[in-house]
Design a binder for this molecule. Structure first.
Ligand SMILES: Cc1ncc(COP(=O)(O)O)c(C=O)c1O
Length: 396
């Protein structure tokens, strides 16, 4: 079966993990900081804070931006649940703004029109790897004093072009914090893993602090346990203070060693993804019942790192239900996936926040016709042909 997504691991990756296993540190060692530095350089951000997964990174983003009870956080419904759940983790109200009908990303006009004054943050998701219109989203959010969190989980290594200049996701002025995921189906992997990047010294400091239980071992930061702190500062290295309610969101050195090895190959992974997308687009261009992914503009298209190849299918015109179409593909060894069920329609969100059908019509229509086809660098030319052939003849 050709799955819809899969990691690409080679002997160099395995050697890097084995070397980390043989080293003195399985966690809290030198691979952590090295990975952070290399990643920050790749995206062009001042700080990178690596964590155990992107859901943790989104949670930390909420905490460092001081989002909490009484605040609203607006995101796209066309995303994985974490983009919204992070708001609920901190007691804020997750809310949803409809997507643009062409790019399937959060629509800045809808964001402006539906703005509610308790909105403290916007989580702007780069669906499938394509960034939403970040300058327009930032303009709306910042004019109301809200923080912009870019959920770049689909877009590691990708970017966009605006005002004649090229920017990397995580490395532009229209987001205060960006998060990335290194789950195996993403553009690079650490098994599980995530990154928070920011240009803010304070956000980065707080994120590091909360990643490690809210504990500090830095003598100059000690507050003390009620007594004189001078003595504490003179102690050996054993003393520590928990100053905030933090978490264990650490990642291991083994994973960061894998991440560093994957980083080296990220450009070639993205190149292969783009080549497969181009092949699919050409092969499916004439199918009246299938819409290939649309891009914000041609300039941008060249910068997308394409985590997903998501098409829109008019299942009525095709004469098959989505489940039947997926089964036919599966019978021929082609996996597919539905990404995404609009998050506001998930039972938890209906029950807890009273959201219902009709809240985000574009996202709901998108979902009705959505199908993601296999896309990962390790796909052979034969795999790509198999997918193309079976999609083309699916109705026969
Ligand atoms: C858009 C988006 N945000 C956040 C996440 C959460 O990532 P992780 O699985 O690393 O927690 C995902 C993962 O699928 C995602 O697709």
């Amino acid at each position: 079966m050709i799955p819809y997504g899969k990691q690409t691991i080679d002997d160099d990756d395995i050697a890097a993990v084995v070397a980390a296993l043989k080293s003195d540190f399985l966690t809290c060692g030198p691979e952590i900081e090295a990975f952070e530095q290399e990643f920050a350089a790749l995206v062009g951000a001042k700080h990178a804070v690596v964590v155990c997964n992107a859901t943790a990174a989104l949670h930390l983003a909420m905490l460092v931006a001081e989002v909490g009870k009484g605040d609203r956080v607006v995101t796209s419904p066309n995303t994985f649940v974490s983009s919204a759940n992070c708001a609920a983790f901190v007691g804020a109200t997750p809310d949803f703004c409809d997507i643009d009908a062409e790019t399937y990303n959060l629509c800045p006009k809808a964001l402006a029109n539906g703005w509610k004054k308790d909105t403290k943050a916007v989580v702007a998701v780069a669906y499938a790897g394509q960034s939403p219109d970040m300058p327009a989203i930032a303009e709306v959010a910042r004019s109301h004093g809200a923080v912009v969190i870019e959920d770049g989980c689909h877009g590691t290594g990708g970017g966009f072009s605006v005002y004649g200049k090229d920017y990397k996701i995580g490395g532009h002025p229209w987001a205060d914090i960006t998060t990335f995921s290194f789950h195996p189906v993403k553009t690079m992997t650490t098994g599980e893993g995530g990154m928070l990047v920011t240009d803010s010294d304070e956000y980065a400091r707080r994120a590091r602090h909360l990643r490690g239980h809210g504990i500090t071992r830095e003598a100059e930061e000690f507050i003390g346990l009620g007594g004189d702190t001078t003595e504490l500062q003179e102690q050996g290295g054993w003393y520590y203070e928990m100053q905030s309610l933090g978490y264990n969101y650490r990642i291991t050195d083994l994973q960061c060693a894998l991440g560093r090895s994957q980083l080296k190959k990220l450009p070639s992974f993205i190149e292969r993804r783009r080549a497969i997308v181009a092949q699919y687009n050409a092969a499916f261009a004439d199918l009246a019942w299938l819409q290939t992914p649309q891009t914000l503009n041609a300039e941008n298209a060249a910068h997308i790192s394409w985590h997903l190849y998501s098409v829109q299918i008019d299942f009525k015109a095709l004469g098959l239900s989505r489940s039947e179409a997926m089964q036919r593909l599966r019978d021929q060894g082609v996996g597919s996936q539905v990404l995404y069920i609009p998050v506001h329609l998930q039972p938890y969100y209906r029950k807890e926040f009273g959201y219902s059908v009709g809240k985000c019509p574009n996202a709901e229509n998108y979902y009705e016709q959505a199908l993601s086809l296999p896309l990962f660098p390790k796909m052979s030319d034969d795999d790509v042909d198999t997918v193309i052939r079976n999609v083309q003849k699916i109705a026969q």
